[in-house]
Write a protein that binds this ligand. Sequence first.
Ligand SMILES: [Zn+2]
Length: 90
Amino acid sequence: MTPNQHEQQQPQSQFENFTASTLYCQKCRATTPVRERLLLVLPDKEIFDYLCTECGSSVGQREVTAGEKMMTEAVRSRRQQVRIPLRSLR
Ligand SMILES: [Zn+2]
């Protein structure tokens, strides 16, 4: 499955508080901005849920281990355990 990822010019200001990524939403049949929600906090990792901002359905999840989290915050690495590539703000 390779959804077309169009370059879309979208106002980002509305989503400043979120991780402004876009994922393909099967319900909307489009690549939509997603909202990151902390789903579960475990001793060694955190699980984030990605919700479509259009319809609110879950479009993906991501696990962040403690080490990864530190790394992600440090260098914004792309070592995310999610099958769908997330597009970061940069
Ligand atoms: Zn949607």
